[in-house]
Design a protein around this ligand. Structure first.
Ligand code: SF4
Length: 219
């Protein structure tokens, strides 16, 4: 990926989504950590509905650490995979209390020790809460990075490193939020709408897709 092309991609996404940010609702590091865990295989909109009530009952790591497993499972059931999510949230908060003085750790190494916390969650919390640059590879960022040609890898950790190499550090977090916005609005998982996409001439898939080109002639 040459520098000019990545700069143009950054400019297009910046123009389209200047205010791109995490769409989960949260008021503190722990809330974002819990919300991100709940968001696995679930929409942010659904998670926000669940956490609106959840965070009124569980106000801090202590509350989650002492939660009744079955009660918590019921409360988060609609986000899916609730057995694992509830168990991880309780164990994660126990570790935060026992090993990190009740506070969400501020570095990747410690974050990754927390049960249920992978690189996506860790990088999201570190960048959005603590301002530590991080590349956040969720399902949208993974799909779009491959389609556009920012990476040839499918493993999220390898994609993360590929993007770190080509993006300016100050753009790491925002760029990934912008990919999510674009993935929801235009480059949808079921069918990318290349015909109306402003990245089309900069995107490997958009440039090579013959159906798109035919369709564009009639727009
Ligand atoms: S041109 Fe098509 S594949 Fe490429 S980003 Fe746009 S919608 Fe997605």
């Amino acid at each position: 990926m040459d520098k000019q092309r990545i700069n143009e991609i950054i400019n297009v996404l910046d123009k389209l989504y200047p205010e791109a940010e995490c769409s989960l609702d949260y008021k503190d590091p722990l809330q974002l950590l819990v919300s991100t865990q709940l968001a696995a295989q679930c929409t942010d909109a659904r998670v926000n509905i669940v956490t609106k009530t959840l965070f009124k009952k569980y106000k801090n790591a202590e509350d989650f650490a002492h939660a009744d497993l079955h009660e918590l499972e019921e409360e988060i059931k609609s986000t899916g995979f609730y057995h694992n999510k509830a168990k991880n949230i309780i164990n994660c908060c126990r570790m935060i209390i026992n090993e990190f003085d009740g506070k969400v750790p501020k570095n990747l190494e410690d974050m990754l020790k927390l049960p249920g916390v992978g690189r996506k969650t860790a990088n999201l919390v570190l960048s959005d809460i603590f301002g530590i640059p991080g590349v956040v590879i969720d399902t949208h960022a993974k799909r779009l990075s491959n389609l556009i040609g920012l990476t040839k890898n499918t493993d999220p950790e390898k994609i993360e490193y590929d993007l770190m190499k080509i993006l300016p550090k100050e753009m790491w977090s925002k760029f990934c939020h912008q990919l999510v916005y674009h993935g929801r609005a235009v480059c949808k998982a079921r069918k990318p709408d290349c015909g109306i996409c402003e990245l089309k001439t900069l995107c490997n898939y958009g440039k090579s897709d013959k159906t798109t080109k035919k369709k564009d002639l009639h727009r």
